[in-house]
Write a protein that binds this ligand. Sequence first.
Ligand code: RIB
Ligand code: CA
Length: 326
Amino acid sequence: MAKERLIMDVDPGIDDSLAILLALKSPEIIVEGITVVSGNVELHQATKNAMKAVDMSGAWETKVYKGMALPLVKEYIDATDTHGTDGIGENYFPVPSRTHEEEHAVDFILNTVRNNPGEVTLLALGPLTNIAAAIEKDVETMRKVKKLVLMGGTARHQGNCSAVAEYNFWVDPHAAEILFSSGIEVTMVGLDVTHKIVLTPNLRELINQFNNELSRYIFNITQFYVDFHWQQERTLGCVINDPLAVAILVNPSLAQTRDAHVDIVTEGKAEGQSLVDFGGVWTDGKTNAKVCMDVDARKFFELFLGRLFPEHADDIELVLEKQCFK
Ligand code: RIB
Ligand code: CA
């Protein structure tokens, strides 16, 4: 099968960092570049965090591009309560030696898609500000993406920023609305499926027992996130949203999707809500997205752990065999 030529748009962010590791360690994927947007933490720190994740992956040649620092309309609201003031669990790693590219992320996305029509996949794991800015600048080029997969939104599951809104859509609802009305078909990996992807204490301790630089990095950046989950919702472990979107790109059979028309609420109490109309009942059958509504969590962790720690395949299988995935 031909390799997936991918641009990752991220706001690292602890789970974004895990997604970058997974993508860069998956042979099915060629990461053409990583573009960064303000989200979990502001753009400059998020860019450093993206470069740190690249360094930890060992894929030194990967290029990182800085993008939009503020949402299109709304005031910027970070998620440092969840990810820490440095965005990766308050580890305050030394600034990476590498530097980001001079080209703006939005121009990199447009130039790459324009020069490779129908061949480049976009994977959006943060607020959609960079994606929307590219659409506003040149929608005809953006319609030439091979496909767009995103982590964001929620169809029928409780929101994480309000009863109905998920963070990536809530931070920049106008950007999300521009994407879903652009004519670009979206695969939406929302909270309906990501809430089932819990890095349990058991699985996190397995990673710790691998006792190498990568395992220590993962264990260390996820501690703050584990503490937040316990304090906030009495969850033991932490929900790792973004790597699921990478895994679904690598193996679409992990998730079950339903065709839907998705519209975004941009104002008022429900701002950031994704209105998911399965089958486009209220849009004369017109749909604009495939919405993930179920996932095989065990298959996800087989892929996630297997790609990051291939030398420990036997121990991974042994522990997953005993792990309960409801
Ligand atoms: O709501 C979860 C999403 O918002 C994840 O992508 C997380 O990294 C934040 O960006
Ligand atoms: Ca993210």
